[in-house]
Design a protein around this ligand. Structure first.
Ligand SMILES: C[S@@+](CC[C@H](N)C(=O)[O-])C[C@H]1O[C@@H](n2cnc3c(N)ncnc32)[C@H](O)[C@@H]1O
Length: 199
C-alpha cells in the first residue's frame, strides 16, 4: 500500500526538546489544537507520550493532512487532521485546553500570524496557553549565523516569508489580549513562546 507518511528530519531532531516543555505547560487532560501540523510526526510523538490529552492536528495542505493521519493511525487520542489555514478560517465554538504551533510564522505570510492570534483569541479563555516554537529575531541579541542564512533563504523563496521579530509577534499577541510570553530557549537557536490571555 502507498505510504503517505512524509518525513521532516528537523521534527525528528527537535521533538523531544519540545515535548519536555509541553509536559510542563500543557494541561493534564483536554483537547489540544495543533496548527500547521506538517508531516504529523510531532502530533504522533506528543500524543503517544501524553495519552491523557487528545490532539486535534490541522494543516491547509491535503498531502500534509494525509501524512498526519498516516503517522497518527492507531493512536486513540489523535483526531483526524482538519483543514485549517489561519489566514482564511476561523474556528468558533470549540474550546481548547491549549494551542500549539511550530515553525509556521516564518514560512507563511504575516497574515498567518495575524489569523493565528485573532483565532486563538476566540478559542482560548484566560490562562490557557498558546504555544509557539520556531526561530525569532530578538532585539539587542545576536542573530545566530544559521538563522541569518535561513532567513535569507526564506525571503529568497518568498518575499512574504522570513524569521519574525519577537517584538512584532509580542505586539500582535497583545492586540488579541495576550500578555508577554514566557520565553524558553531551545536547541539550534529556536525559542518556545508561551502566551496566555489575560483576564
Ligand atoms: C515548516 S512546516 C512545519 C510543520 C510542523 N509544525 C513542524 O514543525 O515540523 C510549515 C507548515 O505550515 C503550514 N502552513 C502554511 N501556511 C499556513 C497557514 N496560513 N495556516 C496554517 N498552516 C499553514 C504548511 O502547510 C506546513 O505544513
Amino acid at each position: 500500500m502507498n505510504d503517505l507518511r512524509q518525513h521532516s528530519p528537523a521534527a525528528a531532531r527537535n521533538r523531544d526538546a519540545i515535548l519536555a516543555v509541553l509536559r510542563r505547560v500543557l494541561p493534564a487532560s483536554g483537547l489540544v489544537l495543533e496548527v500547521a501540523s506538517g508531516t504529523g510526526e510531532h502530533a504522533a510523538h506528543f500524543a503517544a507520550a501524553l495519552p491523557e490529552l487528545t490532539f486535534q492536528p490541522s494543516d491547509p495542505d491535503p498531502a500534509r493532512r494525509a501524512s498526519i493521519d498516516a503517522w497518527c493511525a492507531g493512536l486513540p487520542n489523535v483526531l483526524p487532521a482538519i483543514e485549517l489555514d489561519t489566514t482564511a478560517r476561523k474556528l468558533c465554538g470549540i474550546h481548547f485546553g491549549a494551542i500549539f504551533c511550530a515553525n509556521m510564522l516564518h514560512i507563511a505570510p504575516w497574515a498567518a500570524a495575524e489569523g493565528l492570534f485573532s483565532g486563538a483569541e476566540n478559542l482560548l479563555s484566560g490562562g490557557v496557553p498558546l504555544i509557539l516554537y520556531g526561530p525569532y529575531r530578538v532585539k539587542n541579541a545576536e542573530f545566530a549565523p544559521g538563522n541569518v542564512a535561513f532567513d535569507a533563504d526564506l525571503r529568497a523563496r518568498n518575499p512574504e516569508w522570513g524569521i519574525r521579530d519577537l517584538e512584532s509577534v509580542t505586539n500582535l499577541a497583545k492586540r488579541s489580549g495576550f500578555g508577554a510570553p514566557e520565553i524558553v530557549a531551545m536547541p539550534a537557536n529556536n525559542l518556545m513562546l508561551i502566551f496566555r490571555r489575560q483576564g
